[in-house]
Write a new protein. Structure first.
Length: 765
């Protein structure tokens, strides 16, 4: 080869690398810009969980790693206790509790939590064990990166940008995965598709300092290391890659429980490898290294994750489904290797018989000594199981996927994914584009598992996106390669037109329809500015309310609210709560819902019993004016506690017909005047209007809409409040809005602990 030829070769290779880097940079930039749209409204953390993660990361930076792993957060879950010494197994006695509660059987009555038994008892840790109930890897990673790159910025601002940067960098990870499967062209297409994928962006936009962005990033890198190591064959570098995959998959699972998806597809990949590879000894070594290192890292980093309901190999002497699956995979590949060594010829029928036998044994073991996962995990793994848990059903992101949502978020990818699957099954085509059989099978496994799991919860739609992106990019790259390989049968104009046509099809969902496409759907304002309501009108009601709590209540004040707002109160107001978004104790949540639906006097007794100082609720409404200029309001569908009361009623297990009319929105006086929640909502129905005819009625009829007026049922004046269980001490700015429009009202009531409840006497007794 001459020097001129060598120079030309190097130049061509360099240009190729520059082009790859340029396309990846474009994908990163596009993803970054789409994810950052919400900053136009306000530069704040998004949703709810990011506030806790910020607070936990701040604690880690301020107190160090050892203090972090010993941290019991006593500002959350005030009623949650655990003994400091292992020999203490019974709760302190309470005269109101029958039978005496133990740690295994906590009190059934919230009044059992009285100051004289557990509230002020120093023998117990109180609150939440953070390292055992949260995403440790997320907090440690953010803290390390902040130390390295955070100079000149606050931790709060850094955590706002964290998901945007990590999420955008994931385009490189998906590129590496798909490039390993189907080549550079497929990898670049996957990176571009990933950068605009709506379900993925919705779980990683600006301020979304939650587990998904980091979990997906680490999970995809782990997948790349594992499949590239398998593809390379028996060598030292392959084992290093597989060991790295084991480390990263453990970190990924610890960062986000949903990363078990990556473990499942890799487990299935190892399971099918004996049918496609003759080097079964290498497969055994690879699987053993991967499983062993992953287990060691995960068990040491967070024992709670390793012994959780879903993952545990042995938790309380019971086998967890995922742990059993991984153990079964390792056993299967080992048996296959032994058969090959003995028989010198491994037949597919041998593998199928062994696989069938192990599967049957696995089901038998699970049925006898298996550990049943929580209903949320059961529903996630079995989309045909309808959620019957009211608490799980009340969480918006646990709603079931709909065809409309799936089509909006996936649309054209579905078509190209089908093409990709069809082409992968064409053995002649996959060989011509140099896709190994095991890599094609891995793509199919990812597609099947991703689509299956995504059909349960809306939040799991991103699994379908990852699957469809991989299959679509493979399909498009194969089409392009076959078109350009046909030099004699297609003119240049035809080839260019074909490429342009594909580009147009892929761009359509990104920009159309104008106000409901992939880009505009990702333009989400921070929830703290609209409360997470359906109204989506940014206000300062929540920030103002949190500032008021922080500056106008004692530092040791305890605030009762529905769990949705716990993280905001703990982080922004720096006050103690009884329940929050972690939903750690369903019993406390259920008891709170029951308290909301009890009478104000009964609720007051329980508030005093748990030493609550304030009760916070959030109400949304739409202010309108009637013909006589008396302010009127539409209440019930904005997303506040007035809308959540249906779910609260189901959790409290109260008769719905007693507190709701047929529309399950409006309600009788039994709700508005006989329950604590109804009395805390400062509105009452004035009339019911038929939206079709404009007629108004004094009572509810099917098809009518309630129209409300302001009605303070608890006093504002301190003198009047002396004879009431609660006093309204704060209303956020929207409550006094002078003009028509949407209202997002935070209301804070002070518990009057000197109140004397009224008693009703039966004169016949």
């Amino acid at each position: 080869m001459t020097s001129v030829q060598r120079s030309g070769f190097i130049s061509s290779k360099t240009v190729r690398y520059i082009l790859i880097i340029a396309i990846l940079a474009i994908a990163f930039s596009v993803s970054f810009m789409i994810r950052s749209q919400g900053a136009q409204v306000g530069f704040e953390l998004a949703e709810f969980d990011p506030f806790f993660n910020y607070r936990a990361t701040d604690f880690l930076l301020e107190n160090g790693i050892f203090a972090y792993f010993e941290w019991w957060d006593d500002k959350s879950w005030f009623l949650n206790i655990e003994p400091k010494t292992p020999d203490l197994t019974v709760l302190p006695p309470a005269t109101t509790c029958v039978p005496t509660p133990t740690l295994d059987t906590p009190p059934s009555d919230i009044a059992c939590y009285t100051p004289e038994n557990v509230l002020n008892n120093e023998e117990f840790d109180r609150g939440r064990n953070v390292s055992e109930t949260s995403q440790v890897t997320l907090h440690i990673t953010a803290a390390i990166l902040y130390k390295i790159f955070g100079a000149g910025t606050t931790l709060y601002d850094f955590t706002i940008l964290f998901p945007v940067i990590i999420g955008s960098l994931t385009v490189v990870a998906i590129f590496a995965v798909v490039r390993t499967i189907g080549g550079t062209t497929a990898g670049l297409i996957a990176a571009l598709l990933f950068s605009v994928s709506l379900p993925i962006i919705l779980r990683g936009f600006i301020g979304w300092f939650k587990s998904e962005p980091l979990g997906i990033f680490l999970g995809l890198i782990a997948v790349y290391l594992c499949i590239s190591g398998i593809k390379s064959g028996y060598n030292k570098l392959s084992f290093i890659r597989i060991a790295g995959a084991g480390i990263l998959i453990a970190l990924s699972i610890n960062a986000w429980g949903g990363s078990e998806f990556f473990l499942i597809i890799l487990g299935l990949f190892f399971l099918v490898l004996p049918f496609f590879r003759s080097d079964k000894k290498f497969i055994v070594y690879a699987a053993a290294i991967f499983v062993f290192i992953m287990s060691i890292i995960l068990s040491q980093l967070d024992p709670a994750s390793f012994t959780s309901d879903f993952f545990a190999v042995y938790a309380e002497n019971k086998v967890g489904p995922l742990g059993l699956f991984i153990s079964g995979v390792l056993l299967f590949v080992t048996i296959c290797a032994l058969i090959q060594k003995i028989k010198q010829n491994f037949k597919t029928s041998y593998g199928l018989i062994i696989l069938g036998g192990l599967t049957g044994i696995g089901f038998l073991v699970v049925s006898i000594i298996g550990r049943i996962p929580s209903l949320r995990y059961q529903t996630a793994s079995n989309p045909f199981l309808v959620a019957t848990d009211p608490l799980t059903d009340s969480i918006a992101e646990h709603a079931f996927s709909s065809l409309n949502m799936s089509f909006l978020s996936q649309s054209i990818l579905m078509i190209f994914a089908v093409i990709g699957i069809w082409l992968i099954f064409q053995n002649r085509i996959t060989k011509s584009v140099h896709i190994k059989n095991e890599m094609a099978v891995f793509a199919l496994i990812t597609g099947i598992v991703g689509l299956y799991l995504s059909s349960s919860f809306v939040r799991l739609e991103l699994f379908a996106s990852i699957s469809l992106i991989i299959l679509s990019s493979l399909g498009i790259s194969i089409l392009i390669s076959k078109l350009f390989a046909a030099q004699n049968s297609a003119k240049s104009i035809t080839k260019i037109s074909f490429i342009v046509g594909i580009m147009i099809l892929l761009v359509i969902p990104v920009v159309l329809p104008k106000d409901d496409n992939w880009v505009t759907s990702a333009n989400i304002a921070p929830a703290i500015l609209y409360g997470g309501s359906f109204l989506m009108a940014p206000t300062n009601d929540w920030p103002d309310a949190m500032l008021w709590l922080k500056t106008n209540t004692p530092e040791d004040a305890k605030i009762l609210s529905w769990w949705d707002y716990g993280y905001w109160i703990e982080t922004l107001a720096d006050r103690t709560t009884y329940l929050d978004n972690a939903t750690l104790d369903s019993q406390i949540i259920e008891k709170t819902a029951q308290m909301y639906y009890s009478s104000s006097d009964d609720a007051w007794k329980e508030l005093v019993a748990i030493d609550a100082d304030y009760v916070l609720i959030w109400v949304t409404a739409d202010k309108v004016l009637s013909s006589n200029q008396v302010p009127m309001y539409l209440v019930g569908t904005g997303g506040g506690d007035e809308s959540k009361r249906f779910h609260l009623a189901k959790i409290a297990d109260v008769p719905l017909e007693k507190y709701f009319f047929e529309d399950l929105i409006s309600g009788p006086d039994a709700f508005w005047h006989d329950t604590l929640l109804g009395k805390m909502i400062p509105f009452s129905p004035a009339l019911y209007m038929d939206p079709n005819t404009g007629e108004s009625y004094k009572q509810f009829y099917p098809g009518t809409v309630g129209v409300y007026v302001k009605d303070h049922k608890f006093p504002i004046n301190p003198i009047d409040a002396l004879s009431a269980p609660l006093q309204l001490v704060y209303t956020s700015p929207s409550f006094d809005r002078p003009d028509d429009g949407e209202m997002s009202m935070v209301l804070i009531y002070k518990v009057n602990k000197d109140y004397k409840p009224s008693f009703e006497y039966d004169i016949l007794n």
